[in-house]
Design a protein around this ligand. Structure first.
Ligand code: ASP
Length: 450
């Protein structure tokens, strides 16, 4: 393969692999100490700056992208009851997949007996932040000030407002044509912005992953190997077993194709540890690569990034069993059922941002009477596990998007089956000279007519 012919996915995966290798070398050689050249200028300097700039740029896109694509989506569905069906189906599927995820995780963890007889004591101190109660989550769906909701990136509020706005535009009818085309064009513009920012993704992914792995206490991984291995097995079982099983069952589509096309989204989720920051990439892949119509994806993707966290739920299941065993607490069936319920509810109220899983875990622990400071035990390895579970979280969002779209007839099977559909190449971020010329003429005419 020639270098310039490499697709973005290949480059991003290459960035990830090189990042892992670089991170391992830096960590292993121990050169990453405070006030050393590598510590200050490479890991804490170059890697940190490139990585953070990239994540910030992705976050910058999230709000306008969700806003324009969701309004376009509502305008595209046209029929309000169809919108209700998409909402109800995706909500039910998100809850179902999360519940299955945690139930399977608890089963695997109990069978493996992790943490038993560990007799561990905590050294790290963990102070839990409060997670919002369900009543507050419900009330909070409605923004009192949409500018504030956008400034704060409150996804459920933005979704609510965009749907309402879309419906209201539909109600205006023919007269709204200019605004409809304006919003559709803005949606296209935002997608181009995603493409531009994706062009630097391979370097950013490299920097983010190299930094995370350089800073990781690899020795902690060995100490907590039991927990880490069981958790990774449960995550893989969910991704390849449950999610792909559901995809096949509900749609009959090829899981292999799905996984192939989701690879770059998973790498983004892995390197950013944030389902929210990954929204632009997930949305692009789900529509352009997997063939889900924007009218469904523009709702299911941001909605899923907020309420659906299968990987995080799995972490909670495994962590609960691990810490209960380590402290010699017997939770019993009722205890575990409470854990399942709490995790599902907690995932609804918390957004997909790095480390939020730990906040949800403290909520679960308080409910079942496990010592919250037990979380200190797993704190050191959580950074890496957060990366892995976020990749599972976004895979769940995409799976549900495909299932819902297929059942609603809002799905393009040809796009799904075409391995090259929506592949991002350098041509996508190139400004066509002819187009540029045409646009210049249009602008000139506009000026003349003034
Ligand atoms: N980082 C995860 C996400 O954004 C949430 C978590 O598990 O902490 O999906």
């Amino acid at each position: 393969m020639q270098r310039e012919k490499m697709t973005l996915t290949t480059k991003v995966v290459l960035g990830m692999v090189l990042g892992i290798i670089t991170g391992l070398v830096i960590n292993y050689t121990g050169v990453n100490t405070p006030e050393s050249f590598v510590g200050d200028y490479v890991v804490g300097g170059l890697f940190h700056i490139i990585g953070t700039m990239f994540i910030t740029a992705l976050k910058m896109l999230v709000v306008p992208l969700v806003l324009f694509s969701l309004i376009t989506g509502v305008l595209g569905i046209g029929d309000i009851s169809a919108l209700g069906k998409v909402g109800a189906k995706s909500f039910a599927l998100y809850l179902l997949t999360t519940a299955i995820a945690i139930a399977v995780a608890i089963t695997i963890a109990v069978v493996s007996g992790i943490g038993e007889g560990a007799n561990l004591t905590t050294s790290a101190v963990f102070t839990a932040k409060e997670a919002p109660p369900l009543s507050a989550v419900l009330i909070d769906i409605i923004p009192s000030n949409i500018i504030d909701a956008m400034a704060e990136g409150k996804m459920l509020q933005i979704i609510f407002f965009s749907i309402l706005l879309g419906i209201s535009i539909l109600m205006v009818g023919k007269k709204a044509a200019p605004i409809v085309s304006g919003i559709e064009i803005m949606n296209e513009v935002m997608m181009n912005m995603v493409n531009i920012i994706m062009a630097v993704a391979p370097y950013a992914v490299f920097a983010l992953i190299a930094k995370a792995i350089s800073n990781l206490g690899l020795y902690l991984l060995v100490n907590l190997a039991g927990y880490v291995i069981v958790l990774i097995i449960a995550l893989l079982a969910h991704l390849y077993g449950t999610l792909m099983g559901l995809l096949k069952l509900f749609t009959g589509l090829s899981p292999m194709m799905f996984l192939k096309k989701m690879r770059s989204v998973q790498v983004f989720a892995f390197s950013t540890s944030s389902s929210n920051a990954t929204i632009p990439v997930t949305l692009r892949s789900v529509t352009d690569r997997l063939g889900v119509n924007n009218s469904v994806a523009s709702f299911t993707v941001p909605f899923g990034a907020t309420i659906n966290m299968d990987g995080t739920a799995i972490m909670q299941g495994v962590a609960t069993v691990f810490i209960a065993n380590a402290y010699g607490v017997d939770l019993g069936i009722t205890g575990y059922l409470t854990v399942i319920m709490m995790s599902v509810l907690a995932s609804i109220g918390t957004a997909g941002v790095p480390g939020v899983g730990l906040i949800m875990l403290s909520m679960v622990f308080t409910q079942v009477g496990l010592p919250v400071e037990g979380i200190g035990l797993i704190l050191g390895v959580d950074r890496l596990l957060d990366m892995i579970r976020t990749a599972v979280n976004v895979s769940g969002d995409a799976t549900v998007s495909v299932i819902v779209a297929k059942s609603e007839g809002k799905f393009d099977a040809e796009v799904y089956a075409d391995p090259d559909a929506g592949v991002l190449t350098e041509a996508d971020i190139h400004i066509d000279e002819q187009v540029e010329q045409e646009l210049a003429e249009v602008i000139e005419k506009l000026h003349d007519s003034k």
